[in-house]
Design a protein around this ligand. Structure first.
Ligand code: COA
Length: 202
């Protein structure tokens, strides 16, 4: 599975390249995740819960199925032109046949590059891939879902703007840095044509 790199415009006249990640990106991906975790916004992880080095990071992603090349996962990176990796979006499809049409979305942008349009560019490209992808047997992604902290207004606004709906709330799911519990929202987006939508089959 190969996805052509694409140039995407950002705010302020800058551009980024959206491309698929490879194993060689592991060190930059770990640096990116570390920077996002250190900023302490929108995350559910502590820095000491990250893999120790790039090799361990790559291994963890292999184990999670994120590096699969059979269409069961896709990982996109955003690179600033003339700069490094500033964002990543992942879609990991569930394995069992009865839920294989479901993809779990992950998204993160470097704190220094947030608010420029990188997150939107990554999300748009990922959803474009999800809508177009067909497995060898015709299988496809019909539902994308994600979880987002209820105090993450920027992410929630972004997801809503591309059609995600708030489907449920996991009360007190996250313990914030101050010890207080924070709700977590489950959001979902149907990619099925209206006449094939899961809601018709309930
Ligand atoms: C959430 C995140 C991915 C968004 O990426 P980004 O590159 O910063 O966002 P963009 O610049 O593409 O902005 C996307 C939208 O966010 C919304 N937005 C931006 N800033 C906002 C703010 N301060 N408050 C509320 N909404 C805001 C707008 O709707 C914006 O849409 P627009 O393009 O019409 O202006 C990024 O901020 C991030 O990685 N945060 C930390 C980790 C995280 O929260 N990941 C998601 C976990 S579910």
């Amino acid at each position: 599975m190969h996805l052509e790199p694409r140039r995407a415009p950002l705010r302020g006249g800058r551009h980024c390249i959206i491309r698929q990640t490879s194993r060689e990106d592991a060190a930059a991906q770990l640096d990116l995740e570390r920077a996002i975790v250190r900023a302490r916004h929108g995350i559910v992880k502590h820095e000491d819960e990250l893999p120790a080095d790039a090799a361990a990071y790559a291994e963890q992603r292999d184990r999670a199925g994120l590096t699969a090349t059979d269409g069961s996962a896709i990982c996109l990176a955003a690179e600033l032109e003339g700069g490094g990796l500033v964002g990543e979006a992942t879609l990991l499809r569930l394995k069992l046949r009865m839920v294989r049409h479901v993809g779990i979305l992950g998204l993160g942008v470097h704190p220094m590059a947030q608010g420029l349009g990188v997150g939107r560019a990554l999300l748009s490209r990922l959803l474009e891939w999800a809508r177009a992808h067909r497995d060898a047997d015709g299988g496809r992604v019909l539902r994308v879902e994600l979880c987002v902290r209820a105090d993450n207004a920027r992410a929630i606004a972004l997801y809503r703007s591309v059609g995600f709906a708030h489907e449920g709330t996991r009360r007190g799911f996250v313990r914030g840095d101050d010890g207080a519990f924070v709700d977590d929202l489950v959001m979902g987006l149907s990619l099925a044509p209206a006449d094939e939508g899961p809601s018709l089959r309930r």
